[in-house]
Design a protein around this ligand. Structure first.
Ligand code: PEP
Length: 251
């Protein structure tokens, strides 16, 4: 039997108390009475963790945060620590999303340190890697994703089998332009091999694809041998689309 896939929604900086309640109610209704066919998570903005924690309680939906501090606590205004995320029941946290690398200058070392803090707090980091369009066109895709993952492997040693990796080509995020299943699989196979050199448990590290995944293209992407799930931005804000992607992960 193939392993259970993981479909994680990334709400980014979207939502409100009312909109979150409506979206999570629609997801709960859509999942009610069904056996969870894959693992499910939603990454919500930090101020809504408490609200979402209450609304996903008793459902198969796991709670995720979108970022975590590389520090444990103290004079870091605006930061949120892993222990704080754990207080609100976060099971996962995104680290190194390309929007954070690009707009907040997060380096590979910072991303690795964040993954380390999450793991130490018992939270699974979803480590995002991916190349820009310029890097792809320059033939640097594999070098870039290997370098990004290597930093996390180096910092996390024997815990590396506890992470989730999300391959998100930057040119596919929020653009409506998706990597072909073959392009995605090619990168996933490289990431799997890199993990296999670091841990004997590489086969059970979920490798997600992210970048304009939607209800129409999910099944084909998820059918690839090394694609173990999806990290879904825009389509995760529409309950029916997200439910269809979840259904595609079970078929
Ligand atoms: C993302 O934000 O991680 C993402 C993949 O976004 P989208 O699905 O909108 O491309």
């Amino acid at each position: 039997m193939s392993k259970q896939k993981l479909i994680a929604g990334n709400w980014k900086m979207n939502g409100s108390l009312a909109a979150n309640e409506a979206l999570l109610a629609a997801l709960r209704a859509g999942l009610a009475g069904t056996q969870p066919i894959c693992a499910i998570a939603v990454a919500v903005p930090a101020p809504y963790l408490a609200q979402a924690q209450a609304l996903v309680s008793g459902t198969p939906i796991g709670l995720a945060a979108q970022d975590v501090s590389q520090h444990d606590g103290g004079a870091y205004t605006g930061e949120v620590s892993a222990a704080m995320l754990r207080d609100f029941g976060a099971r996962y946290v995104l680290v190194g999303h390309s929007e954070r690398r690009q707009y907040h200058g997060e380096s590979d070392a910072t991303v690795a340190a964040k993954a380390q803090k999450a793991l130490a707090a018992g939270i699974t980091p979803i480590v995002c890697v991916g190349e820009t369009l310029a890097e792809r066109e320059a033939g640097q895709t594999m070098d870039v994703v290997r370098r990004q993952l290597a930093a996390v492997i180096q910092a996390n040693g024997h815990c590396i089998s506890e992470i989730v990796v999300a391959y998100e080509p930057v040119w596919a995020i929020g653009t409506g332009r998706t990597a072909t299943p073959e392009q995605a699989q090619e990168v996933h196979a490289v990431l799997r091999a890199q993990l296999a050199a670091a841990t004997s448990a590489a086969a059970r590290v979920p490798l997600l694809y992210g970048g304009s995944m939607n209800a129409a293209n999910a099944a084909e992407l998820l059918a690839q041998g090394d694609i173990d799930g999806g990290l879904v931005g825009g389509a995760s804000l529409k309950a029916q689309d997200f439910l269809q992607i979840i259904a595609a992960a079970g078929s």
